[in-house]
Design a protein around this ligand. Sequence first.
Ligand code: LLP
Length: 426
Amino acid sequence: MMAPPSPHFQYEGGELTIDGYSVRAIAEEYGTPLYIYSAASIRKAYEAIDRALSFTPHLIAYAVKANGNLAILKLLAELGSGADIVSGGELARALRAGFSPDKIVYSGVGKTARELREAIETGIRAIHVESAFELDLIESIADSIGTKARIAFRVNPNVDPQTHPYISTGLHSSKFGIPIDEVESLLPRTLKSSSLDLVGLTMHIGSQLGSPAPLAEASELLGRFALKCMERGAQFESLDIGGGWPLAYGNESDPYPPPSEFGRAIRRGLEASGILKHDLLILTEPGRSLVGDAGLLITEVLGLKASATKQFVIADASMTELIRPALYDAYHAVMPVCEPRDRETIIADLVGPVCESGDFLARNRAMPRPKPGELLAIRGAGAYAREMASTYNARVLAPEVLIDGDKARLVRKRPTYDSLFENEVF
Ligand code: LLP
């Protein structure tokens, strides 16, 4: 079983610990399935990206969609992070957690009038405009409030990030952003508008970049285009180069380059464009690389069964707690909580109780034969796990515990059955 090495998840005295805490003891207290997060891991990941961008004034705008738990948001806000949001709900979360509005940027291709109004009234750093119709809508809302909306055009640079097609966002075949020539044609009316304040440009080419080269190329392109806009009268404060900072899940044949290399590539691209001397604030929007490896999903093995062709390990966690394997065939490393010693290795599917054949957490995986009642820890569950969870099959959402220094805190409770139908009328 391949698991990325981590100083935060270690076997001590034959048992898996997270920053020195016994995973078994926490699971006994709160039950399974259960998410456990390491604050130390998040801080370290944040500092690595912060260092990588130290060559320029910068703002890390954490992509709230990766994990919007308030305790995690608060931790990041306290580190100085900003927030990249994609809905009114995420705006409410970010504000509740303490992000200052001038550190919040708002991406997404389909913002509603209500959401835009909330963002304009809050006075966030920038709404990322993703279409001409959205520009019209923002302008008319700002006009009706009698204010100027701060915006940045999301440019679609048409650069191939060479990643999974589902997480590729900067090609003309994707729904995100506006092609450069269209942004250019929207520029004169935007600059003339008394309700729009164009503060910068933004882009996002995709997640999980295996190499920083496409990011360098796209940064150069964005930098050059920014200069062109500035020559035409735009007064830019910032440039958002998106993200793509990768997270190692453990099955990679080639290791991902470290954040420092991504930082160097961004610097190279921006330097080549000539924009760096203008001292703009450079934004980036990492999500999973900050929180992904900080999280474990803990599950209890309910039993084993075999068919003529397959061995199944049935656990109490499922696609409702971690949908990434079912949705993207994503790999997540699985570590037994009790250190496996001299155990037979089996090849099995780790599956959950949900009534779907696609409900698997690991497929054809070599693993030490688990015992019923034993706990397993699924790695890489800090990002897009709880956040994409559902109550399908009337399953209640799993609770979350945050380990921070000498504290292990329940930061979201397990809901009751009653909560499943509290908003229903019959
Ligand atoms: N900024 C923008 C504009 C994005 O679209 C995304 C991801 C991010 C930042 C953060 O990307 P990250 O650093 O986390 O890779 N549910 C999928 C991921 C969808 C990501 C969509 N956008 C998954 O579980 O892999």
